[in-house]
Design a protein around this ligand. Structure first.
Ligand code: IPT
Length: 268
């Protein structure tokens, strides 16, 4: 028996590590994993990846693709009776979901910086096409507003290290905030590179908070303070929940998984 995984580009560290975690759990339960990667953002590529997996007659489907609610519903329909679990949709999407709470994670980052005394906080977003990026952004804004703060500035990235680098370059040399909230660790890596190039000390002159806690983040220089999404747990839960649905035990709706602030050495 096999499980299909339709996923975003595996060049990105979080989806790659999520795929690895899914593969481990699937193998442990005796399922073969078949992966189809959407090579472009947007619905046509997502649909093509799903069709690919349907053609390979998988017995259940995990979708780690950013999808708007109507797109998720359309794919849910396309797959008919096949059990499906969506991993990157809005929290009000009426499909089966397994995902972390974006609002909790974003709030944890703001609370941490506020408690350290930061009031000038710039935001580096993930791409506009990503549901989770937008949810993190909205939750950052809500949490800042709760402290009567507005962002120092808002920057648009695309999840890549390069886009984080460029965002910080646009703030240099003299418009730096005291802290950066970054929507993923890869963009934080690029942001830190730009700061290092300009001799700006982390965390003495600027604090940086990432998001994901992918495996490399403890090895950045300095080690990255970030919001941890327990990727191994996500792999386990998503496979377990899908398998339960495949064995047609009533697929109960999972509560959002908790995120956790991991304080390392990029914040002070
Ligand atoms: C999300 C990651 O947090 C982000 O870094 C980026 O890799 C993105 O995936 C790619 O789609 S995690 C996802 C399960 C919402």
């Amino acid at each position: 028996r096999s499980i299909g995984l339709a996923t975003t580009d595996l060049m990105l560290l979080a989806p790659a590590q999520i795929a690895s975690a899914i593969q481990h759990r699937a193998a442990a339960l005796g399922y073969q994993l078949v992966i189809a990667m959407a090579d472009l953002p947007g619905f046509p590529s997502a649909q093509a990846a799903v069709n690919d997996l349907l053609a390979q007659r998988v017995d259940g489907l995990l979708l780690n693709l950013p999808l708007q609610n109507d797109e998720a519903l359309a794919l849910d329909k396309l797959t008919g009776q096949l059990p499906c679990l969506f991993m990157d949709v809005a929290s009000d999407a009426t499909v089966n979901r397994c995902q972390f709470s974006a609002s909790e994670g974003a709030r944890q980052g703001v609370e941490h910086l506020y408690a350290l005394g930061h009031r000038q906080i710039a935001l580096i977003n993930g791409p506009l096409t990503s549901v989770s990026a937008m949810q993190r952004f909205q939750a950052w804004q809500r949490a800042l507003a709760g402290y009567q703060l507005a962002p120092h500035s808002v920057h648009q990235g695309d999840w890549s290290a390069q886009s984080g680098y460029q965002a910080v370059r646009s703030l240099l040399p003299d418009n730096l905030p005291t802290a950066l909230l970054v929507a993923n660790d890869q963009m934080a890596l690029g942001a830190m590179r730009a700061l290092h190039q300009h001799g700006i000390r982390i965390p003495q002159q600027i604090s940086v908070v990432g998001y994901d806690d992918t495996a490399e983040s403890a090895w950045y220089q300095p080690p990255l303070t970030t919001i941890r999404q327990d990727i191994r747990l996500l792999g386990q839960q998503s496979v377990d929940c899908l398998v339960a649905a495949m064995q047609s035990q009533q697929g109960e709706q999972l509560a959002p998984l908790a995120t956790e602030l991991v304080v390392r050495e990029t914040t002070a």
